[in-house]
Design a protein around this ligand. Sequence first.
Ligand SMILES: [Zn+2]
Length: 703
Amino acid sequence: MKIFSKSLVIMCLLSITNVLMAQHNICGTDQYMAEMLKANPQLLKSISDYNDGISKASDFDIRLNKKGVTRTIPVVFHVIHTYGAENISKAQIEDQMRILNEAYQRLNKDTSNTRSIFKSVAGDLDVEFKLARKDPSGNCTEGITRTYSELTDGGDEAVKNLIRWDYRKYLNIWVIKYIARDATPTSRVLGYATLPAFTNSTSDGIVILADYVGSIGSAIGNNNNGATLVHEAGHWLGLYHPFQGGCGGNCSNSGDYICDTPPVDEPSYGCPTTNNTCNNDVPNQLDMVENYMDYANGTCQNMFTKGQKAVVDYNFGNASYRAQNISTAAHTFTGVFTTPTCSAIADFNTANNVITVCQGGNVSFKDYSYNGVVSSYDWTFEGGTPAVSGTSAPTITYNGTGLYNVTLKVTNAQGSNTKVVTKMINVIPSVSLNATPVAEGFENANVLTTSWKAWETGEYGWKRITTTKYEGNAGMVATIDQGTVNNASYSLVSAPYNLSLIKGRLPKLKFKVAYRPGITGSTEILTVSVSSDCGQTWRALKAYSNSSGLGVDKVVELGWKPTIQSEWKELILDLSAYENVKNLMVKFEARSRSGNSIYLDNVNIEADLAASNKLLSPNTSTISVYPNPSKGSVTIEINTKGKSFEGIKILSTTGQVIENIETIVNQNDTEFNFTANHLKEGIYFAQIKLDGQLIIKKFIVIF
Ligand SMILES: [Zn+2]
């Protein structure tokens, strides 16, 4: 068995990056086993015992050449999704079940492609997979669960904590959108499994990419024909890769411990039928690229061997391995030999996966109910018009601002089920109450629950961070490292802001970023977009790469983070085209290249002061605010000579008026002293109205 350390794997991949950019689809099981072993070195003994066992069993049982009875394994698919294409259909899962059963009973239609040299060792494994018909509570199930979670995007092992059924009774298969494990720009992991000797009650089962389940639906065009799960189920039943030990030594006590699979030096990609990577086998045979346990395309794979059957038989004969999964007790518990009709489980989302809408706007809903055929729908829309609906895909108008619940009750002859999503629809005012200018320093610990929204997946994605920031007590980070899926993207969306308040003053979006690439020639991307329709559609203003403003060229350091202010830079985008928008939202989308995190702070929407001054008459007053930063007292000096002075307002970063001081100054005042002792540390604006024009000055209070 080949167990790499992670650093070794990374070194090898980096060394070939420049010559080999083609992406290989691989299995993550070896890497997974290596990690389990590292976490629990005592596993070495169980692996050693297991290898001894299959070594003896494969020799013995092949000689017996037993023709057994079909062994039935109850199966459950846990689809983890965010209502995207990864929420695969029941039909696609049933197609996968057909493929599994054909492969494990040598009923696959392409057995004729098995080359004549291997036909005599091709084996029927006598294994049948059946979807569970009872869940662990005894409820009727179609053997498919569906769970909403952003962990579908690279969550890997973490998805097992969302839902798992007893591993001695069910084969748990988690279907997810991306597998982060060991993925690099040159390799993509399609699935990984627990071998019987590497398992426990919390980890046991298979994780597979949604796009590689079956051969229809989202799997169309992937060239694998459902063979990925055939391969991973082989691991779950105790089979190693044929290249496990390279050319290895004695076939019965090294490599995959099976003698009728010729040794293979390295994984086969594509369908290389002339390959013969090892010459130490007797007789010397070509590589068996058609074996399901190698890495060739699914269209190339069409066989297991009798030796592999012997190993699977060994696992079925051992209570510590897979015997319990095919027991009468498991069959009864999971109801696999019954065919009940189940009541449906209510599930829904908006049709476009967007849950914000402008006041007066429409939202279309989509039914995602499962586990049974729905005979009637009963929707309730708080704050919506109409407030109820009996159709499967209603469109609802929302006239009042706020957060509203949505309820769906589905019914059939077997019963009914109700799903309520509280505060699901966020109806944003036509004119946002959030004034501009804006200075968002992410100082408020509740900023992500009360106004902005951040997307994250487990340890990756946007988070508020207090340890690394430009100034103040906190900033934001899009956490990315070598374990982050290449191309995964994470969004940070602002509250809506009324930009029209600074109309005519060249409104600008300014923000501080800090970034260095982790890998030479590779850069994370930060795309800044705006929405003027309450998040229904977005328009990209700019996509920043390392060389186009995000970072500093030629500085590459994995795990880099800023430690001093000079390592941050300010980026500025013109918002003039949106100056009439009264509810503008801003989105920062960080795209991973499996390199480094992107740090963000001080997202400000500002009126251009120069433009403001230009708007005043030529002999305009000057306005100064000092000291800045201030430690308790701020002097605002204004030359109001000949001007119509209408007062000063002190605003918070969210536009809230903290002080309105128009009544305590008169036309002759040229200097106003404002005591800031009662303010918290942070950023404030002095808004001065002179001759009908607004002038805005930012100041910082520090104690
Ligand atoms: Zn594998």
